[in-house]
Ligand binder design. Sequence first.
Ligand SMILES: [Ca+2]
Ligand SMILES: [Ca+2]
Length: 330
Amino acid sequence: MKPSNSPVFWDERKINMRVRILLLTLTAIFGLAAVLLPGGVEANHPVLVEGNCFGPGMAQRTMVTPGTCGDYDGDGRIGTAEDTDEADRVFGTINAALGPGTGAAAGTGANQNGRVIIVASGSFAEVVNITGANGNVQLEGAPGVDANIDAIVQGVAGGAARQAAPGIIVNAPQNRHVTIRNIVSRNWAVGIQVVGQSHVLIDSCRIENNVNHGVLVQDDARVKINETDVTATGFRVGGGTDFPAANLPSPGVGIEYQGNSSGLVCNTCVSRSFGAGIKNSTERKRKLALKDVCLFDNRPNRDGFAGGRDRDEDRDRDEDRDRDEDRDRD
Ligand SMILES: [Ca+2]
Ligand SMILES: [Ca+2]
């Protein structure tokens, strides 16, 4: 064994000390960076959104009997009160869950990078903005949950403005992917609007009673729509309006692809649109494919595809209508 005061031993101690100082310095630098960098940019963690209920009175409630009224985590808070209460990664509104998190929940939101799961049924009167700014985003209702993104919820101010807006807007970078699954979108001007270079999967959704479009795809977006029902586009009554009896939908089309967008619509039904069921307005008509779609009671069922409007389906619809009128007369 070397004596304790040997030069070699002291050299080793100096080296060890330097290594420790270096490690401490690096730890401090990384710790400081974690504090100074925008919170949760790398999020990519799942967050939950609670449901809600209506209960007595007009105003949407934020305090309820714990465990009731969509209070998934049982703390008695729902809605906006759940958005900022603590770093529990449970939120009461969808946009708060998609955001970075504020108040006591700062840095715990999905921050446009991660999976936002609605875990209890509820109605959400908010224009949902998905940007995918920091990563890939999945917005979905858990199985069995009725996640109703609705322009009209009694007691929530701003219904008129919401009815003139899209319910869900996706504008994500080309290198991100967005999934929207098991969501209801109703009473908006457009149920789901996809713009820019977004790549989106719309899966198992119900898009109903939106005035101008059920789903509108624009710009260079690429959108696959699967196992989705788009129903009664152009038909909505409320807020002093009556579409289409007194107010004209513009245009009241179930699904439309425009511009340089492209997509695939499969295993999907579009019915009772004021205008066309599925309209292909893309610059090159070949860019929209249909597979196993069911179309009924639209005017016409398909528009803008090779061969023009589907004359057979127009004829079938007219015959259905004539039959109904004959029956009504009898
Ligand atoms: Ca709660
Ligand atoms: Ca919370």
